[in-house]
Design a protein around this ligand. Structure first.
Ligand code: SIN
Ligand code: CO
Length: 392
């Protein structure tokens, strides 16, 4: 059960392909109106956001994924109102829970394992890739859920198979049950509720209290976004900066004077240190570079598989010309003003290569390329060897 790639996944591509033409994702609202009126502001329920969508996985396949190495998964059980939490690694028998308790399994980063999940995320490209976190999929039999809580990020809760009752509240009381293994609101007061069925979707802004309870065998697809805390951003920027700063000179005190207390840091010493530290400078390009690296950095559990028997550079070039190339499902690629960021690395692109690489970042795929400059081929070849991209 360890290797998910051996599990057969059916149906997904056809559904995503079919739904593309008549996608009513935002209920006919249009991305601009949604962003203006709802994004980060208020919830929105969209009935039949994706007509015909019934999910990409069945419970057995999701459990197989939860049992796969390096997959982040959680199992939440609930008995007489008391919640318990277990984190991966799991064995299939961990899910032999039928009837004993209410439970739910939640698997993060499904888009890193399933091409159909990555295709589903493309429908959310009206939000910049830099804001996207991942696709989480949950399964719960009747009564299962993770309890009333709030998240600190925006989320689209898309219903797959089955039904889920969503209760939401604009309450400002965010006190949590002390000592609970999950963040559960101690006084949740539902203000609105709906039962969602396959294809329905609920958008929630950050910090909006919600509670989802499975009405039957229920699978929910959560498209989650990320909002780095300023503290984390600033700390990480200092880490980034420490490898890049250059401050000339060394402490010198040819005019040293005797001092009454040898243990005291003198004002002269302090002044000299202050002057040196004030030489640390950064500009907007440093910040853009940092942001590109930081936001495209894979999470710590993510590893790339390098090709077993790699193509030669010449063969790779031919393949590129004939078939094109696609990003590995785990790759994160961003760009800014001539800079390309992939999986935490920054590359300055030639003026003519930049639009090509930006298309790869936007679409996660480049169709057959007729003209490939040597520099671009070299860069793409290196990414291919690193497992970041693969021929289509
Ligand atoms: C779930 O899918 O059960 C939980 C999703 C959420 O509440 O964020
Ligand atoms: Co939530």
């Amino acid at each position: 059960m360890k290797n998910f790639r051996h599990t057969r996944i059916t149906g997904g591509t056809a559904i995503i392909g079919a739904m593309k033409s008549k996608l009513a994702l935002l209920g006919g609202l249009g991305a601009n109106k949604f962003l203006r009126d709802y994004w980060q502001k208020k919830p929105l329920l969209i009935r039949q956001a994706i007509p015909g969508f019934n999910g990409l996985l069945d419970p057995r396949q999701l459990i197989a994924l939860a049992c796969t190495e390096d997959v982040q998964a959680r199992l939440v059980t609930q008995q007489r109102g008391k919640f318990e939490l277990r984190q991966a690694p799991f064995e299939p028998q961990d899910f032999d829970l039928a009837g004993k308790v209410k439970w739910s399994v939640l698997v993060q980063g499904v888009n890193h394992h399933l091409p159909e999940a990555a295709a589903l995320l493309k429908n959310f490209s009206f939000i910049p890739h830099a804001r996207l976190d991942d696709l989480m999929v949950s399964y719960a039999p009747k009564g299962g859920g993770v309890g009333p809580h709030f998240d600190s990020y925006d989320v689209f809760l898309l219903q797959g198979s089955g039904h889920r009752r969503w209760q939401i509240s604009s309450q400002s009381d965010r006190s949590l049950i002390a000592g609970a293994p999950l963040r559960i609101l101690s006084d949740f007061r539902a203000e609105q509720e709906w039962v969602l069925e396959a294809g329905d979707m609920l958008y929630l802004p950050p910090h909006y209290a919600h509670n989802g309870i499975a009405e039957d065998d229920c699978m929910t697809y959560s498209i989650g976004f990320r909002t780095p805390a300023y503290q984390e951003l600033a700390e990480q920027f200092l880490v980034y900066l420490q490898d890049r700063i250059e401050v000339d000179g060394m402490y010198a005190d040819p005019g040293l004077k005797t001092q009454q207390h040898p243990s005291e840091i003198s004002a002269a010493m302090l002044q000299q240190a202050e002057k040196a530290i004030n030489k640390v400078r950064w500009d907007r390009e440093d910040i853009a570079n940092f942001l590109g690296c930081y936001l495209s950095e894979p999470k710590p559990h993510i590893f790339f598989s390098t090709p077993g028997r790699p193509l030669s550079p010449a063969k790779f070039r031919q393949t590129l010309q004939k078939h094109g190339v696609k990003l590995d499902l785990k790759s994160q690629m961003l760009c800014h003003s001539g800079w390309i960021f992939i999986n935490g690395e920054a590359h300055r692109a030639d003026e003519s290569d930049y639009p090509v690489l930006r298309t790869l970042a936007d679409e996660r795929e480049l169709t057959a390329l007729t003209d490939i400059p040597a520099g671009l081929n070299e860069l793409l070849y290196q990414w291919y060897l690193d497992g970041y991209i693969a021929p289509v």
